[in-house]
Every structure is written in structure tokens, then in C-alpha cells.
Design a protein around this ligand. Structure first.
Ligand code: FGO
Length: 418
């Protein structure tokens, strides 16, 4: 009998240990009096699990009365679509992930609580990320899962062709061209979207805002798009038009990509080759290229009740603490937003064992944001993204596509279209 008891307990322990994080959270929230929902745009993999584990740890410190419940709303764009829908009728969560342009949009509905009202400050937060959540001199969120683009490469393929990791754009193109010729297939994989375009555009010296005005058809933009279109035409660049690059390794020989640091765990899992990561090729060998900052901030909505806001405030403080940022960053290859994370033994040890994480931290010193305009999400996907796709697939020329995009963006910004 005693044996059976011990056996049962052991089994129970095993079951508990193997409980999915989502189920642990459900248990934590079952008895809680206050449940603060956190709507997010993670659909799976390391980022989602890392967020859930962070929430579990937070909930454990709350004594059972209150809890945070993360709820996936699909991908990032599904998330903002659902939040906008909730503004007009539905239930708004206490917290959500938000890109800077989403914050600008939500602010137009006066939907966000300033961090000062919650007693949350950004002490210790990297100014690059802190500035991005500061709008009209007020801080409206905390940077949480911030990524930066990196150069991913196939070490086996480079070795096979006696190639070095390229440091400049010139070297990059020459190397990709040569290997592609020898492989008889394009080895630079890229998604023809605004994220990839932004790396080339920023690194060539472009900027989206000129004297406060959005310019999508500048000479630098034409140059960046020309480069990608030429890459496809001359056979060293392969456009990936559906799914993530890590889901397309089977499409041909993968040599390089310029992609989010948060893709690292997905790449590693999918790669049947020795995966390497480096800082992005720069315009010169003096410094790396500029990586686009992506990933999101956490915001708190005014419509949440006071008790939920209190939980949200405590969670935000916890989420940006050096320790939480170190654990989360290490797990999903996001850049820790807190400078204090740099001395966390977890970070220093992981950098030694896993250079990709160190590369992301270095690359974050050479980083740029897309404009924080309230209609940017629509512009980046439906207008600029469309121009990039069309051009790369040979249906338009860079200049014509970008001129059309400029006109469409101006119409949108002037309220002539929706
Ligand atoms: C993604 C998107 C925006 C905006 C940029 C904006 C909206 C881009 C780009 C469009 O957190 P990041 O760095 O990376 C994501 C993370 C969690 O899902 O893992 C990446 N991932 C996921 C699965 C996988 O198989 N491979 C992989 O790499 C995933 O990308 O965010 C980068 C990708 C995109 O979603 O297609 O940020 N982005 N600015 N999205 N809605 N609005 O303004």
C-alpha cells in the first residue's frame, strides 16, 4: 500500500512536471480573484513557451489571489486587428503586445495608460528601446520582446565553397553570387517584405521620414529594391513568398538570410546544416549594417479595471527586470532590454555557450526602427509590402512600384482611403 502510494505520488509528480505551461497557468488563474489578460501574437515555439514560463513565475509570487493570463490571438497582425475590434464593442484585455505604430494607433483612441500612472519606470532600460515607447513626452509601454535582424548563414555551404562570412554588402553580394553560380541555385533566401527591405534600405543610408514626411520612393529606396530585384534576376537571391524562411530550407541550397534574431530557435530546429549567425553586412567594413528592430512592447489599456491595472503594473515591472529579461532573452533570442541583464550570470554564460545570443546583443548597437505612424502597419504590409512583392516577382520596376506606393500612402495618410 505504502509502495503504491509512493508510486502514485511519483507518477503525479511526473504528470505535474510534464504539464504544459498553458495548463499550469489555467490552474493558477482558476482560483484567482483578479485575472489580468495579456493578449499576444506568439503562435508557438520558444517565444510562446518563454512568455508562458515568465508568467508562471510571476503568478507564483502573487499568492494565488491574482494572476496574469496570456492569450494568443494569432500572429502580430491578427493581434492588432482583434484589439481594434475590441475597442468597438468587445472586451479589451488589461495588457497586450504592441509595435510602436500600434501604440500610436491606440493612442488616437486614447486607449493607453501612461506608465507614470502605474508607477512603472524605465530605469535601466536601453535608451534605444525606451525612446521608442515614448510618445508626446510620455512613456506608454515597456519594451518587452525586442529583436534585431542578424545575418544567418550555412557554415557547411561556406566551407564547401571556401568562402568567408561576408562583412560588407559588396562582399556579401559577391559571395552569394559566386556560391549561387557554383550551386546553380540562388543561396540568399529572403522574404520579399518590408522587414527584409528595411535592412537593405537602412544600411544603404535610407530613412523613411524626411522632414517629418513619409517618403517611400526616395532614391535610396529605389536602390534597395533594385538590389533585391537584380538579385532575383541574376540568380543569387531566392524570394520566399509563403511561410518563414526556416520553413523553406527544402526549397534549395540555403546560404544566407537577413532575418530576426527571434527566428534563431526556429532556424536551429529546422536546419540540417551547421547554422551560423553574424552581424549584418555593412556599407563599409567599419561597422555592421543596420538591423531592423522588431518584436513588441507591453501596453496597458485604460478600460481595464483598477485591480487589473495593479496586476499589470506589477507584471510589467517584473517583465523588464534584469533577471526576467535575461531568462526570456536567452530562451527565445530576443535582445534583453535591460542593461542590467548584461551582468546576469545566465547571460554571460549563455553568450559563451551560444554565440548567437551575443551577436544579437552586439547587433542591437546598430539598429533602426520603422516609423511609429498610426497607419504604418497597413502601409508596411499592404502598400510598401505589395510594391516589394510586385517588383521582386518581376511584375513592376522598382521606381514605378515605389511611386505608386508613395501615392497610396499619401492618400491613406490624408484620409482619402481607409
Ligand atoms: C516580425 C513583424 C510587424 C510590424 C514588424 C508591425 C505587425 C514582421 C516580422 C512581419 O518578434 P519577431 O522578431 O519574430 C517573430 C517571433 C515570434 O513569432 O518569431 C519569429 N518566427 C516565428 C516562427 C517561425 O517559424 N520563424 C520565425 O522567425 C517571428 O517572426 O517579429 C518579426 C515577421 C512578420 O510577422 O511576417 O515582426 N512586424 N513590424 N507586424 N503586425 N506590425 O508594425
Amino acid at each position: 500500500m505504502k509502495h503504491a502510494m509512493v508510486g502514485l505520488l511519483a507518477l503525479l509528480g511526473l504528470a505535474l512536471a510534464q504539464q504544459r505551461p498553458e495548463d499550469v497557468i489555467r490552474g493558477q488563474c482558476e482560483k484567482a480573484e483578479v485575472v489580468a489578460e495579456l493578449w499576444h501574437g506568439f503562435t508557438g515555439g520558444a517565444p510562446k513557451t518563454a512568455l508562458e514560463n515568465l508568467v508562471i513565475e510571476f503568478n507564483r509570487t502573487q499568492g494565488g489571489q491574482v494572476c496574469v493570463r496570456p492569450i494568443s490571438q494569432g500572429n502580430y497582425r491578427d493581434l492588432s486587428t482583434k484589439i481594434k475590434a475590441a475597442f468597438t464593442g468587445g472586451k479589451v484585455p488589461a495588457m497586450a503586445q504592441a509595435f510602436e505604430n500600434n501604440m500610436a494607433l491606440y493612442l488616437e483612441s486614447d486607449a493607453l495608460v501612461p506608465m507614470s500612472a502605474l508607477g512603472v519606470d524605465l530605469k535601466g532600460v536601453n535608451p534605444l528601446f525606451a525612446n521608442a515607447v515614448t510618445m508626446n513626452n510620455q512613456v506608454y509601454g515597456v519594451p518587452f520582446n525586442k529583436s534585431v535582424q542578424l545575418l544567418y548563414f550555412n557554415r557547411d555551404l561556406l566551407k564547401k565553397h571556401g568562402a568567408k562570412v561576408p562583412v560588407t554588402i559588396g562582399e556579401f553580394i559577391a559571395t552569394a553570387k559566386r556560391i549561387s553560380q557554383e550551386e546553380k541555385a540562388p543561396v540568399y533566401f529572403f522574404q520579399p517584405d518590408t522587414s527584409t527591405f528595411s535592412y537593405w534600405f537602412f544600411t544603404l543610408g535610407g530613412s523613411y521620414l524626411q522632414n517629418g514626411k513619409l517618403v517611400l520612393n526616395s532614391p535610396k529606396a529605389v536602390e534597395a529594391l533594385e538590389l533585391l530585384a537584380q538579385g532575383v534576376k541574376s540568380g543569387w537571391a531566392r524570394p520566399i513568398t509563403s511561410g518563414f524562411i526556416n520553413q523553406n530550407f527544402g526549397a534549395g541550397p540555403f546560404g544566407f538570410s537577413t532575418d530576426t534574431s527571434a527566428g534563431y530557435t526556429f532556424y536551429l530546429q529546422a536546419a540540417k546544416f551547421d547554422l551560423g549567425v553574424a552581424t549584418l553586412p555593412g556599407r563599409t567594413d567599419k561597422q555592421p549594417g543596420f538591423g531592423l528592430v522588431q518584436g513588441t512592447n507591453l501596453v496597458v489599456f485604460k478600460r481595464a479595471d483598477d485591480e487589473e491595472k495593479k496586476v499589470a503594473a506589477d507584471f510589467l515591472k517584473f517583465a523588464i527586470s534584469p533577471r526576467a529579461q535575461a531568462v526570456f532573452g536567452v530562451a527565445a533570442n530576443y535582445v534583453p532590454v535591460n542593461s542590467g541583464s548584461g551582468v546576469d550570470p545566465l547571460v554571460t554564460r549563455y553568450i559563451k555557450e551560444n554565440p548567437a545570443f551575443g551577436v544579437a546583443i552586439t547587433q542591437a548597437r546598430y539598429a533602426r526602427f520603422e516609423p511609429a505612424l498610426s497607419s504604418w502597419e497597413q502601409i508596411r504590409f499592404d502598400i510598401l509590402g505589395q510594391a516589394i512583392r510586385e517588383t521582386v516577382l518581376g511584375q513592376s520596376t522598382p521606381k514605378a512600384a515605389l511611386d505608386k506606393a508613395q501615392k497610396a500612402a499619401e492618400d491613406l495618410l490624408a484620409g482619402r482611403t481607409r
